[in-house]
Design a protein around this ligand. Structure first.
Ligand code: FCB
Length: 445
């Protein structure tokens, strides 16, 4: 059975600055927490760093050509704060902002809408040295940075997002510690959550003050969490993980409250007037989705939360993430009910890593990624049929890239990158996606 997406459905592809740009020390860019973290032995698999990544800083023309050829309506990328403000605040690095200026023009020339995310995890190290997201002042400095970018690009970029996955900024950066800046502390997580929420609010206000008519939101992250058993402790661990990973940010920003499992920890941090800052009207509701997981109580974990590994034999990606399109449909329905109502909904990241390789005919076949996309896009159609106003879907990612603590080991791209030569090879999944982006129907299985 073949099914069409609604007229005007927006197809996109997503990337992030540190994962693709490289040129880490070029043209005045300052170090970010990911430069420092990836250069710390033992933090990233194989000692990989983003020093070169996909060399997008030099090869952006070629990458924009790949987008044009793909036929997508939108390209989501992020700006590197420390490329624009090497010290995090103060003097603007003209060469840094010029890079994005040229990129935006090229994307528009290709007939593609630029969707700009202002923060995809690469905090300037100079601000981490001042406490990073644990320091409330960083929210103000973030808003100053937003002002710089908005004044320069707001005439052409209409779609903006304040943060990518604020949950992971706080939880993985300051709690789990497997992401930069690598801190493992419960208190640090509470502080980071609140500062990032304040930064979101101040960033939204700044964008609206700088320019009328921009379309603004935040990019949340949702994955259903189920308790591993009906034991009380597993239920508690699961509720806490759900609060930290799914609800802490949209609850605060949309409902104006912290979810119950973390409310008591958050309460001492809330100052008068904070909710007025944090709760800003959104123009769209966006999130990334990858999988669902089961949670059990774990006495050795800082938050007493453990993830049950996906059982062998269950369909899963190279990340060990279960392939469960129906969980995705369920998330879209639940998010509409809890948060977004009639707001347009966008999926700004979804995709899968597989062990792709170029075969002797020069092709990267990997039907698994195509089947993954078929299943997840089918879930989008099902959610739309159920009345959820899903208006667009962005694949993660345009290119294979630096997958954070896993370095270059995991390939999420629809375009293969040979890191030795920087050659780009569109995978079979690129051509599958192109058919859809150019108006083709989805063949459902
Ligand atoms: C998301 C991140 C993105 C990428 C994918 C696989 O959590 O936003 O940068 O790493 O996971």
């Amino acid at each position: 059975m073949a099914e069409n997406f609604p007229e005007g459905f927006l197809w996109g592809a997503s990337t992030a600055s540190y994962q693709i740009e490289g040129a880490a020390r070029e043209d005045g860019r300052g170090p970010s927490i990911w430069d420092v973290f990836s250069h710390t032995p033992g933090k990233v698999l194989n000692g990989d760093t983003g020093d070169v990544a996909c060399d997008h800083y030099h090869r952006w023309r070629e990458d924009v050509a790949l987008l044009r050829e793909l036929g997508v309506g939108a390209y989501r990328f992020s700006t590197s704060w420390s490329r624009i403000l090497p010290e995090g605040r103060g003097t603007v690095n003209e060469k840094g902002i010029e890079f994005y200026d040229r990129l935006v023009d090229a994307v528009l020339d290709a007939g593609i809408q630029p969707w700009l995310c202002l923060y995809h995890w690469d905090l300037p190290q100079a601000l981490e040295d001042k406490g990073g997201w644990q320091n409330r002042d960083v929210a103000r400095w973030y808003a100053d940075y937003v002002g710089v970018v908005a004044r320069r690009l707001g005439d052409r970029v209409k779609h903006w997002a304040t943060f990518n996955e604020p949950n992971n900024v706080a939880y993985r950066g300051y709690g789990e510690g497997d992401h930069a800046p690598g801190i493992k502390s419960r208190d640090a997580v509470w502080r980071a959550i609140h500062t990032v929420n304040l930064a979101h609010g101040l960033g939204m206000k700044t964008l609206r003050e700088e320019r009328a008519g921009l379309t603004l939101g935040n990019i949340y992250n949702f994955g259903p969490r189920e308790p591993a058993s009906d034991r009380e402790r597993d239920n508690e661990a699961c509720a806490l993980m759900d609060a930290l990973m799914n609800k802490a940010f949209p609850d605060a920003q949309i409902l104006g409250t912290y979810p119950e499992p973390i409310a008591a920890d958050m309460a001492p941090l809330i100052e008068e007037g904070d909710w007025q800052i944090i709760k800003q009207k959104l123009d769209y509701f966006a999130f990334n989705h990858y999988s669902r997981s089961r949670v059990r109580w774990d006495k050795d974990h800082l938050f007493h939360m453990g993830r049950v590994p996906t059982p062998a034999g269950t369909p899963m990606t190279e990340m060990g993430w279960e392939i469960a399109p129906d969980a995705f449909r369920q998330v879209m329905i639940e998010c509409q009910a809890r948060y977004s109502g009639t707001l347009p909904m966008y999926i700004l990241e979804n995709g899968a890593a597989f062990r792709d390789a170029v075969d002797n005919e020069g092709r990267v076949r990997y039907p698994q990624r195509i089947e993954f996309l078929r299943g997840y896009l089918g879930a989008v159609l099902d959610a739309i049929a159920a009345g959820v106003p899903v208006k667009g879907y962005f694949v993660w990612s345009l290119l294979d890239n630096f997958e954070w603590a896993l370095g270059y080991d995991k390939r999420f791209g629809i375009v293969y990158v040979d890191y030795a030569t920087q050659k780009r090879v569109p995978k079979d999944s690129y051509y599958f996606y192109r058919e859809l982006a150019q108006g083709g129907a989805l063949e459902r299985r």
